[in-house]
Design a protein around this ligand. Sequence first.
Ligand code: GLU
Length: 399
Amino acid sequence: MSVLKTDQIAGLVDIPDDARIYFEHPEKQIQNHLTVRSSNGDILHAEVFVVYHNTSRGPAKGGIRMAPDVTLEETAELAELMTWKTALVQVPFGGGKSGIRVDPEKLDRVTKDSILREYVHLMKLDLIAGLYVPAPDMATGPRDMAIIFGETHMPESVTGKPPRIGGLPGRNEATGRGVATATRLACEELLGKDISNVTVAVQGFGNVGSHTASFLHGLGARVVAVSDIYGGIYAANGLNIADLMKSDNRKIQDRGGITRITNEELLATDVDVLIPAAAGHVLTRENASNVKASLIVEGANAPTDSEADEIFMEKNIPIVPDILANAGGVIASYVEWRKAKSGSLTEATETYEVIDRLIEKAFSRVKEIAMRKKASLRRAAWALAAAELVSTMQDRGWM
Ligand code: GLU
């Protein structure tokens, strides 16, 4: 079963029946085991999942997620989302993803590096051939991508590297940049409000959440609540995002003497915009009716369960879907990859310009079809992405 439901896009675009066979069957699924000696001498074992969903449009592209509960099914769901995301914003990549089942909180640097090196050994042929191009995802970042680069010695084999070794200025902030741009557009065009007049709650203060909050704060929005896995903080007059980002306290609740809230309370905060920007499947049948926001922007991948999606549709709460809202990361990855292949230089402002341009273009195409067909933004985005993928597969003689 694919994440994209073809029955939900029927009537929006014409998708040949056969296409569903491609949508529902990932091209490749690897399930493997890594065994390394950790820094304290213990033997550590981790399951590894790699899924290529569809590579008709280019190399499988997608991040490496480290989580204690990641599964093959979740990796496949995320790989499929990458297929739709790259198709929707029209960058020349296919959909892929890696999941390493390990608790990142329990890894010291040396052990994490060993795991990544083993991961490269497992994937080396594909990485060298450019069949799969990894990037950061939950619990991985630029330094981890530098380890991968250190093994392949090919700058185009991985994106999200630190700028000094061929990474892209602005790549680290890119997903947040795109989420902020999508939020600004949705506020203006769907709520009829300028971004400087809205209140926002952001779930998650990792790479996506913190930069999203920071860009939104910069645009004049009032970010009143943020959280991490341990809980959140709330300030009716707006939080000082720059100070929160500077603090090196591990838990967000230890970074400021402000009202403490739980993650469930954050999701139910009375704000204009709710941005889930952490884990997946946080908006469910149980809590969807508590949401008071007028707009949801999906910074995370797959934060909304399909039952919750239905509830939001009934409540007329628009959702800017993940494949549009958080595409800034992979757009920047595309710029980095292109730069690696050509040896050209890029500045952060240029990165942001490409992100804004591609997100704006995709947003207006999605909005147009959603309005014309009276469909949700998610279904409109799926329809455009599916049509793009089908056209590519037809070009390639796959159908
Ligand atoms: N992990 C990010 C995502 O889910 C970025 C993927 C990439 O740049 O390849 O979109």
